[in-house]
Ligand binder design. Structure first.
Ligand SMILES: Cc1cc2nc3c(=O)[nH]c(=O)nc-3n(C[C@H](O)[C@H](O)[C@H](O)COP(=O)(O)OP(=O)(O)OC[C@H]3O[C@@H](n4cnc5c(N)ncnc54)[C@H](O)[C@@H]3O)c2cc1C
Length: 321
């Protein structure tokens, strides 16, 4: 491998240029304003999409506000080769891999609006994550990979145990709860079928399970992340060292309003078509969606990453026409 002193870029044995310096290259700071593709959201879906795009010689801006759905958890499970890794570490490794390629730019910022731009492209307004500083960039194509936001049941101190003792994904975290006394906290509005499926899944891991409605709970009892049980409004105490909750989740798509897209207008809250071909196409030409925001349903890291990679051939084809 040889290195170019001017750029820090290296030419691998294959002859393909790979940048070795993985420090963040902020597009706005370097003055870059025009990209082939802007990927909004650097969770597994956006990272997998952005990585495969730069490997296809596209110039890609990856913008992320650093508020992933799994921020509450310390370990993620089930992602092959990274079982048990911290979700933050996974995201960091993903960013570093992406930034090794010449076409890659990363910006820590929140996209506040996507509007139609020049030549059938798009213009994105960016705002610094802690407010202030507004700038704009252009892209021929846009990929929305912004995930979902969760609304947990309103129970005093539930959040303090979420991601450590209480979880929402049974497949992700059930194994560590094997044979423990568990609770399943449901919402009154939870769809009955989802509730029945979750209960059946949780019972695979422990038969010591109490199912309770969130409305009957006053508080989670325990110290730090060590949960001891649940106190009900009736005064009854249910001993449990862990459990599962069914949060409500929804896409936050205010930044797409200038294009006429709102969650309410989307069938089932799904931004992209859920056709098995995973085209990621939305009702707006040139605007794609991947990961959980595409289906409107909570998924897993691997599934989100897969959907991000799956649409890349389609995007590269569009850039080639
Ligand atoms: C507590 C918890 C634990 C979990 N544990 C596991 C596990 O062990 N194993 C597993 O496989 N899955 C797990 N999951 C599920 C997993 O986290 C999700 O399936 C996955 O993160 C979805 O990926 P995504 O890329 O679609 O969205 P996300 O990972 O949510 O990423 C979306 C990104 O978009 C950014 N964003 C949002 N809006 C904007 C905007 N306007 N501008 C710029 N950026 C924006 C956010 O900051 C975020 O970084 C867990 C989830 C939770 C809540």
């Amino acid at each position: 491998m040889s290195t170019s002193a001017a750029t820090g870029a290296a030419v691998a044995a294959s002859g393909v240029e790979v940048v070795e310096d993985v420090g963040p290259r902020a597009a706005v700071e370097t003055g870059e304003r025009s990209f082939d593709v802007a990927v909004i959201g650097a969770g597994p879906a956006g990272l997998a999409c952005a990585l495969n795009l730069v490997r296809g010689h596209a110039r890609v801006l990856l913008v992320d506000s650093n508020r992933p759905r799994h921020a509450a958890t310390l370990k993620s499970h089930g992602f092959i080769t990274r079982d048990g890794a911290s979700p933050l570490e996974l995201r960091k490794l993903g960013r570093e891999e992406f930034l090794r390629y010449p076409g890659a730019s990363y910006q820590l910022a929140r996209v506040t609006a996507v509007t139609s731009g020049v030549d059938d492209g798009f213009q994105l307004s960016l705002r610094a994550v802690r407010g202030g500083e507004v700038s704009s960039v252009n892209a021929k194509l846009v990929v929305v990979a912004t995930g979902l936001s969760e609304q947990l049941p309103e129970i005093t101190n539930l959040r303090a145990f979420y991601g450590t003792a209480l979880h929402s994904c049974v497949v992700c975290d059930g194994y560590e709860k094997t044979d423990k006394p568990l609770v399943l906290i449901t919402h009154t509005e939870t769809d009955r079928e989802a509730m029945r499926r979750t209960e059946t899944l949780v019972r695979r891991f422990s038969s010591d399970l109490t199912v309770i409605d969130a409305g009957s709970v006053t508080e989670i009892v325990g110290e730090r992340a060590e949960m001891r049980g649940v106190r009900l409004k009736s005064g009854e105490f249910i001993a449990a060292s862990a459990g599962f909750v069914l949060p409500k989740s929804e896409a936050q798509l205010d930044f797409l309003a200038p294009l006429g897209l709102t969650v309410a207008k989307l069938p089932g809250g799904a931004l992209a078509d859920s056709h098995p071909a995973h085209s990621g196409e939305t009702p707006i030409r040139g605007l794609y969606a991947v990961g959980e925001v595409a289906t409107g349903r909570p998924e897993q890291l691997l599934v989100a990453a897969g959907s991000g990679a799956a649409i890349v051939p389609q995007l590269l084809l569009s850039l080639s026409i």
